[in-house]
Ligand binder design. Sequence first.
Ligand SMILES: [Zn+2]
Length: 208
Amino acid sequence: MSEEQRFYPNRWAKIILTSAEEIVGRDGVAALLNMANMKEYIDNYPPDNMKKEFPFEDVGKLQQAFWDMYGPRGARVFATRAGEQAFNDGLQSFGQVAKAAQTVMKIGSLEKRMSVGLAFFAKFFNTVSDQVVSVKSDGEHWYWRLEKCPMCTGRTSEQPVCHLAVGVLRGAFAWGSGGQQFRITPTNCIAMGQEEGIIAIEKEPMQM
Ligand SMILES: [Zn+2]
């Protein structure tokens, strides 16, 4: 391998599995793990801690198994749900971080607050995992740029596969905006041969 190994925190890997379990049950998850060639995790989920021990390759293999078993749409449902749960769990387990985010997001327009919040969370995610994320924006969009991405590690695809990040962002935007919904679209993905993954978020919330 050309690169050093990177890791996700155990708890996030666990959330991917437990949130899938809510949809397909324990047997369904066992079948997935079987398919992913990750039998060692059957009835033996990663521990509930933030140690960076779950290899990016395994995140990728797991996401691929969802894809193979349930198709792109199904995989998207699982990943989005897991991402939202991971974000909400993060708020609970990192009360100080949530408070700090709320403090920096207090002032200004919705756009200003979300910009500050996004930068804040990018930094947070870069700290607790080996993922590397940065944020850019133009007049209409924010761009969540995944320079090192666990979700597509070891994968190739013709469409973006990093819906776990979409779920995390959905959770973040719903939380930061007091429940408004934003259009969040993955446009680029390392699995498609591109240099980095990009998820575009429209600055104007959707009309409900
Ligand atoms: Zn990716």
